[in-house]
Design a protein around this ligand. Structure first.
Ligand SMILES: [Zn+2]
Length: 290
């Protein structure tokens, strides 16, 4: 993305108008290439999913140690929290936990699988809440930690059928999101539900829009060159708003899950705890059923 101040042309933005259409991995819709580089970024014009190619995830068998102490502390906190305060402690930590907790409100003793359980704290929290929960993750190290910290209800793979399968902030990491959804929907008991949470691209569009409006209002005080620089920076920053590829391989909207459900004979509902307040939720909470 480069604005040429001398010729005053958006040479890079013109590229967006090129005939870069392809059939997309998420919804088989049509869309465009929005950025080239080590990872090419694509944007689907039918479900507004962004994703990158190539799509090879990093090796999660050994997890990065970056936030290790934070996870250890949180795991210990969940371990020490009595049943009555579990929901409160989880909700205070991250809004993403609120989505499965809202779905599970008033439900008891369900057989639950957590996919992408990381260090195991949420699976353990679900067991404290009286559910028969099992957690899986691709990281051997995380599973080892979870087993040692909480107990022998974690593994690298799962079998059997479940009443609820929960996957918190995982689908944005997987190579084949539709294959992932199909696999776990296939492991649901009758009337079961797959609960997915993932960063909501619509939320970042809203921030982008609000910023543009803010800059539009300051038209008189900032000169054109500065304004163009701001817009370029904004545009770049909002090309990919969460962890860059290959950590996050896709960024979804609620339209993504509507299209996936529609094309695969599934149903989807959303838990949106922000809607009542007229806000755009930073997290999509999709409840997928057959
Ligand atoms: Zn699409």
């Amino acid at each position: 993305m480069k604005y040429n101040a001398d010729t005053k042309t958006w040479e890079s933005l013109v590229k967006l108008g090129e005939n870069d259409q392809m059939s997309f991995i998420v919804c088989r819709g049509r869309g465009q290439r929005i950025q080239e580089g080590k990872y090419t970024l694509w944007f689907c014009a039918e479900c507004f999913t962004k994703f990158c190619t190539p799509r090879t995830p990093p090796d999660y068998n050994t997890v990065t140690k970056e936030n290790y102490s934070e996870y250890i502390a949180f795991s210990q906190k969940i371990k020490d929290t009595p049943k009555e305060n579990i929901v409160e402690v989880l909700s205070a930590n991250a809004i993403t936990f609120g989505i499965p907790l809202e779905y599970l409100k008033g439900k008891e003793r369900l057989k639950i699988l957590e996919v992408g359980c990381s260090y195991g704290y949420f699976t353990h929290a679900l067991r404290k809440l009286g559910h028969d929960a099992f957690g899986i993750d691709v990281s051997e190290e995380a599973i080892e930690f979870a087993k040692n910290t909480f107990g022998d209800y974690y593994g690298l793979k799962a079998e059997g059928k479940y009443d609820v399968i929960v996957s918190i902030e995982t689908i944005e990491h997987v190579e084949d999101p539709v294959g992932f959804i199909k696999q776990y929907v296939g492991m649901l008991n009758p009337n079961g539900a797959l609960i997915l949470t993932t960063p909501n691209l619509e939320f970042y569009f809203k921030i982008f829009w609000d910023l543009l409006q803010k800059f539009a209002q300051s038209m008189e005080t900032i000169n054109l060159k500065e304004r163009l620089h701001i817009v370029e920076t904004l545009y770049k920053d909002y090309m990919w708003v969460t962890d860059p590829p290959p950590i996050h391989l896709s960024l979804f909207t609620h339209f993504s899950f509507e299209r996936i459900a529609q094309q695969n004979s599934m149903h989807v509902k959303f838990i949106d705890l922000h809607k009542q307040k007229g806000e755009v939720a930073p997290i999509v909470g999709a409840i997928i059923t057959v």
